[in-house]
Design a protein around this ligand. Structure first.
Ligand SMILES: [Zn+2]
Ligand SMILES: [Zn+2]
Length: 272
């Protein structure tokens, strides 16, 4: 079964010529979900040749603009393109009010059923989605507003001897080892890495990670591979971030907009 991650945006806070802000499409066996929805996400969906109407399940980590401000426009475009199928938005508490108020006050209209599953918990792993192809569990992470990480696990189609493939996404977060039980052993862990190690004080103040801290969390959690995202616009040449994370955890990649990654089991890798 295919398990693909398409990076739509890998930048922090401000969109730049090189990087849009946070958004990804996760495709598990043909079932596609949108993960965060910064401004400009619908453009990048098109650039990556993904069908917008296939994204009926949308996960939002937190309500900061660089993860959320693309959602009203994207939902509106879905309507304008004739959508009738329902859309489910899984997001922190408050998202429903923001979206409904936006549509109400701007006189825009959505002609398809829009369902919200709002997350409002401060501990533990909570199942927020259960489908034929995958499940999604959410867990709280540490940031300046309520923020959730997601662990997406495939549902094997038949009897399998290997563990189901899994992907975890934590963006944005301050350094905390409390998340380790939730991300333990995943095949791919996507962590934010806003700053280089030299700016650790700023990272702590703004509740973000440095590259070294991201590498350390990946090593402590025993994941298979680390993907760094949420790169500050100050790093025109982000190699320093990759070097610093790799010093803590060798199997690390840096996200680039439009990059597609495939998560494979060890056995599939040997075959491939
Ligand atoms: Zn952010
Ligand atoms: Zn944030």
């Amino acid at each position: 079964m295919n398990f693909l991650i398409t990076i739509l945006g890998s930048g922090a806070a401000l969109p730049t010529g090189h990087r849009r802000c946070s958004a990804q499409v996760v495709n598990v066996g043909g079932f596609k979900m949108l993960l965060d929805c910064a401004e400009g996400t619908q453009d990048n969906i098109r650039r990556c040749h993904i069908k917008l109407q296939a994204l009926g399940t949308i996960l939002i980590s937190h309500l900061h603009g660089d993860h959320f401000f693309g959602l009203p426009g994207l939902l509106s475009t879905m309507h304008l393109c004739g959508r009738t199928e329902p859309v489910t938005v899984i997001a922190p508490k408050g998202a429903k009010q923001v979206i409904e108020t936006t549509f109400e006050l701007t006189g825009n209209h959505i002609g398809y059923p829009l369902e919200f599953i709002e997350m409002d918990f401060s501990e533990g792993l909570h199942r927020v989605f259960e489908g034929k192809r995958c499940t999604v569990d959410a867990f709280p992470i540490v940031h300046s507003v309520p923020t959730y990480g997601f662990r997406i696990t495939e549902v094997p189609r038949g009897i399998s001897t290997s563990a189901p493939l899994s992907y975890a996404y934590c963006c944005d977060t301050a350094y905390t080892e409390d998340i380790i039980p939730y991300i333990q052993g995943v095949d791919l862990l996507c962590l934010e890495c806003t700053f280089a190690n030299e700016l650790e004080t700023l990272a702590t103040e703004r509740q973000h990670l440095t590259a070294g801290q991201a590498g350390r969390l990946a090593a402590l959690a025993g994941v298979k591979q680390l993907l760094l995202t949420h790169i500050s616009a100050r790093y025109k040449e982000p190699q320093i971030l990759l070097d610093q994370a790799t010093a803590e955890f060798p199997n690390t990649l840096l996200a680039e907009d439009t990059l597609v990654l495939e998560i494979k089991s060890e056995r599939q890798k040997l075959k491939g």
